[in-house]
Ligand binder design. Structure first.
Ligand SMILES: [Zn+2]
Length: 102
């Protein structure tokens, strides 16, 4: 069984989460990857991109990776000092301009 791990309106953030989990040798894929328009745009469609694990046995590990990445950094979303984009706490650099997190 495939299971949903994470979803976010920003597909760059979802892609980063996918990479994070894949780095631990867990097979994941993205659903609704191309349902959005230009980056940062709020979609007219009510379907955010989603990260899924192929095997529900991997769900726990994937969720743990997600939590760990969020706990090790800031708890809250951060705003990029360079371009003012909001970033997920899991990310060390801005998804939009690659500026470093404060
Ligand atoms: Zn930025």
């Amino acid at each position: 069984m495939m299971k949903l791990v994470y979803t976010h309106e920003n597909h760059f953030i979802v892609g980063n989460i996918k990479n994070l989990i894949e780095a631990q040798n867990i097979k994941v894929f993205i659903k609704n990857e191309f349902s959005q328009g230009a980056m940062g745009e709020v979609s007219a469609f009510d379907c955010w991109p989603e990260v899924w694990v192929f095997d529900d046995n991997d769900l726990e590990a994937a969720t743990a990776i997600l939590k760990q990445s969020q706990q090790s950094k800031n708890i809250a979303d951060w705003v990029c000092a360079n371009c003012n984009e909001k970033n997920d706490p899991a990310f060390e650099v801005c998804w939009n301009c690659n500026n470093e997190a404060p």
